[in-house]
Design a protein. Sequence first.
Length: 251
Amino acid sequence: MVVKPLDPQPIRTIVFDLDDTLRYNEPHAHAFISDFAETLRGRPLTPEERRAGQLWEHQYWASSEDLKTDITAYKEGTREFWVNYGVRSLLSLGFDEQQAQQYAAQVHEYMRENYSPVSHVLPETRAALASLRQRGYRVGLLTNRPKPVHAEMNSIALDLHMDFFLAASQLGAYKPDKQIFLRMIEFLGVNKDSVLYVGDNYYADVLGARGAGLQCLLLNWNGLYENPDTEQITAIADLLDLLPGPLATAA
């Protein structure tokens, strides 16, 4: 497999995904569900089972057909939606259909009563964003969130390091639909060749950006993706080694 290397020369704008790219929940929802699933099953999940579950999660939330079907059938956010999500999640972790149906409501109730994650941003991520702007890059955000994220960006102080932040609902499309990226480009008034997109979800971020003709990097921070067909980094700070700055690349 030949992975096309990043070409830093034309890049002037760097756009990031938000969840699990710039900010993280502690604990992560997938890890929380997986830990509870172990108690239901009565044995530890294997690393392969956990990985399969997380890959399923990435695919599901990347505007998958299953997600669209579930939103239509149950309406997102309702108890019925989340119980059904529990069924799908348990199946992805290797439970059989009977077990998944049996335990799904318990998973929902456990999450509802006990899951209170803390949102955090790594200090080295903040530093890297600041350095990229100092080097002359325009830095922004494109998230699949259904509502604008201005208040949240302020609450976690990421607005201090961003030139713009856009939500899918504002652009009328969701990743991986290429239209969300093309509308972002139109809104910014830039050439797509000058934009680099960075995200942690191969199915939403890489396939979406690639489909719109943008250069992209996969933030494979936990090694979830084995030998992906795209260039990858393991931390936002890795960008500092790849992107010297518009003035330097133009020289």
